[in-house]
Design a protein around this ligand. Structure first.
Ligand SMILES: Nc1ncnc2c1ncn2[C@@H]1O[C@H](COP(=O)(O)OP(=O)(O)OP(=O)(O)O)[C@@H](O)[C@H]1O
Ligand SMILES: [Mg+2]
Length: 313
């Protein structure tokens, strides 16, 4: 990019070469490895992530100030990468996260209220007041639509990230979940990796993802012979969590639609659990995949970039 133009950009811009060295920048950061600006220094997985993604959520230390950025990545003909780093304001980050969690939680009481309104409506017909129930139900539908729209366009931005030992998260969730599963005579197994698997992320959000998936597994179970197993592992680049159940599985139609907002096959399901979980994992620069066979069971695989090489060894 022309020197005089990029110096005027109102946000950080970096051009980096194949060795990830900064060759031009809107700031005075030439000839140093781009890794040096990363918080934490994801040395091992960062080049791989750059190959795969067009936009990433990264924390950068620029002029001794750590800020969260949406980084847009453009590759040119000479294999250089141009990184346009759009700052996410802290207040915005917190507001979005709180709003997304609130939006999800508000759905449950609304569903209950709607259910009861539908239940009492026949009793109101005689006194000519059924239209009140109809108006109230329409209003609840409208509120639900507004929440769906927000969850679709608003991003639950990550804040409060730190190094996280996934083994501990898995154990915490497992403890919470084990007794609930036992009540339904479903047995649970947790196979530990034996070594600490460390990623960088938001503890509450990652726990929420794991709980959503475990709850889905439990809800898919036939009582008596159900088994849910959680397996934690890692290769040299990624942490991997696999949650497997031998429940009812999904039809091909459900497999296609399960990440759509509000898609649920359950009478009381909100259909938000998996869409939110997928978004959280993507905002951690990871991947959430699901495979399922009707009548046999379901396997959910979560991959997250390891914080650094040390955590896999
Ligand atoms: N382990 C599983 N086994 C079988 N079906 C599943 C499993 N996990 C998800 N599903 C299917 O995917 C759908 C969407 O799941 P999702 O968690 O997003 O919503 P939900 O569980 O219906 O509602 P909630 O918002 O309360 O979680 C479910 O309704 C179900 O049909
Ligand atoms: Mg669910």
């Amino acid at each position: 990019m022309n020197n005089s133009i990029y110096k005027k950009l109102p946000f950080p811009y970096f051009e980096i070469n194949e060795d990830f060295i900064i060759t031009s920048s809107s700031l005075s950061y030439e000839n140093i490895p781009f890794h040096d600006l990363l918080v934490p220094p994801l040395k091992l997985t960062f080049p791989q992530l750059l190959e795969e993604k067009e936009i990433m959520n990264l924390e950068l230390n620029i002029h001794d100030c750590i800020t969260s950025y949406d980084v847009y990545i453009v590759r040119d003909d000479e294999n250089r990468l141009h990184l346009f780093c759009y700052p996410i304001k802290q207040q915005e980050v917190q507001n979005h996260t709180i709003a997304a969690v609130m939006a999800h939680e508000i759905r449950n009481p609304l569903t209950t209220v709607k259910g009861f309104l539908q239940l009492v409506r026949p009793n109101l017909v005689e006194s000519g007041k059924a239209t009140y129930a109809d108006v109230a139900i329409l209003e609840i539908n409208r509120a639900n639509d507004l929440i769906a729209e927000f969850l679709h366009t608003g991003k639950p931005y990550i804040h409060d990230k730190k190094a996280i030992v996934l083994n501990e998260i898995a154990e915490d969730v497992f403890m919470l979940f084990e007794s609930k599963a036992l009540l339904q005579q479903v047995s649970t197994q947790l196979s530990d990796f034996g070594k600490d698997v460390v990623v960088y992320g938001n503890e509450q959000q990652l726990k929420q993802v794991l709980l959503n998936i475990c709850n889905n597994a439990l809800e898919a179970m036939d009582k008596q012979k159900g088994v849910i197993s959680i397996w934690l592992g890692a290769d040299e680049k990624n942490a991997r969590l696999v949650i497997k159940d031998n429940g009812m599985g999904m039809s091909p139609e459900t497999v296609k639609r399960l990440f759509s907002l509000y898609y649920s096959t359950k009478a009381t399901g909100t259909g938000l659990g998996l869409s939110i979980s997928k978004r959280i994992i993507e905002l951690h620069n990871g991947d959430l995949r699901i495979s399922s066979t009707e009548g046999e069971g379901t396997t959910v695989t979560i991959e997250l970039p390891l914080l650094d090489k040390g955590s896999a060894n």
